[in-house]
Design a protein around this ligand. Structure first.
Ligand SMILES: NC(=O)C1=CN([C@@H]2O[C@H](COP(=O)(O)OP(=O)(O)OC[C@H]3O[C@@H](n4cnc5c(N)ncnc54)[C@H](OP(=O)(O)O)[C@@H]3O)[C@@H](O)[C@H]2O)C=CC1
Ligand SMILES: O=C(O)[C@@H]1CCC=N1
Length: 271
């Protein structure tokens, strides 16, 4: 099963559902006429239909019945109920792709049909701008080709890598939740700039571009971040004074703790 000419369904057109929809269309991975989306709020669906030309419904049956693969983008807390609502409409020909945090593929198999092909993905909100970091894992019935399809979809909104499912909580801690750790960092760096006399707009642009540039250096040079940090810190210069202030405030432990707290919550949500 290749993505081209397949009917793609999305259940839940909130923040992530919409990001994925737009990304898939932008990348030409599916024609709008082949996309079926459902959610509970009719006016928002109609707005999506007129903007993107996709098929919409407030009835998840329409999405499930018309689609070859169905992306589940509702909150984890309601996922079981949503699955129970259409379990009778699922057969082994349909591929289920869930992005719900914490919910194991086995839970979805249990609620649907024991033979259901399930792929679990943890993307992140940067899918909105085509820069998500996604991890893809396979349920017990999903084939290598199913994983390839998921990789194709999520590669269209950023980078995607295959991981064993037991690492999904760790992935959630690092990249699923990660953008929310960085936004306050950008805001705080901009605050510092404002404190030192820059206007807010310039300070925010400088801070955001700095984060983007640093990330790009790590990805493109593949050097250890410590080596890159050393390239910025002149002896007795400005940067080492800034780095010292960060270390004094426990920046490393704060970020490591954030990743661990999110991963722990993901594990709890999976129980
Ligand atoms: N936000 C993020 O950064 C990330 C989220 N995720 C995962 O993505 C999933 C979606 O998250 P997110 O987009 O943030 O959440 P949202 O609340 O923005 O989107 C969920 C959407 O589903 C709708 N919905 C509620 N009940 C139903 C139903 N019965 N049938 C169809 N649609 C329904 C909601 O409507 P209403 O609001 O009216 O209830 C809402 O529009 C979650 O499982 C989350 O764990 C994964 C990675 C990153
Ligand atoms: O906060 C959450 O639960 C979701 C999953 C990862 C990002 N947002």
């Amino acid at each position: 099963m290749h993505l081209e000419n397949k009917k793609v369904g999305i259940i839940g057109t909130g923040k992530m559902g919409q990001s994925l929809l737009r990304g898939i269309i932008r990348a030409g991975k599916a024609k709008p006429a082949n996309i079926y989306a459902s959610d509970v709020y009719e006016p928002a669906l109609q707005a999506l239909k007129s903007e993107l030309g996709i098929n919409v419904s407030t009835n998840n049956f329409d999405t499930v019945d018309n689609s070859d693969l169905i992306i589940l983008a509702v909150k984890p807390q309601i996922l079981r109920n949503v699955l129970r609502g259409f379990a009778d409409h699922i057969n082994e020909h349909k591929l289920i792709i869930s992005i719900a945090a914490g919910v194991p593929a086995s839970t979805i198999e249990e609620e649907l049909h024991e033979d259901t092909r399930v792929i679990r993905v943890m993307p992140n909100i940067a899918a909105t701008v085509g820069e998500a970091a996604s991890a893809v894992s396979t349920g017990k019935n999903a084939s290598a080709e199913d994983a390839e399809i998921a990789m194709e979809i999520f590669s269209s909104v950023g980078s995607a890598a295959l991981v064993p499912e037991h690492l999904m909580d760790a992935v959630t801690g690092v990249s699923g939740s990660g953008p929310a750790y960085i936004f306050p960092v950008i805001e705080a760096m901009a605050d510092g700039g404002v404190l030192e006399g820059l206007d807010r707009e310039s300070a925010q642009k400088l801070a955001a571009q700095t984060v983007l540039g640093a990330a790009k250096m790590v990805l493109e040079t593949k050097k250890h971040p410590a080596e890159l940090k050393d390239m910025v810190t002149s002896p007795a210069g400005t940067t080492i004074h800034g780095v010292h202030a960060l270390e004094k405030n426990g920046v490393r432990a704060a970020f490591t703790d954030a990743v661990m707290a999110s991963a722990k919550r993901s594990r709890e949500m999976g129980k």
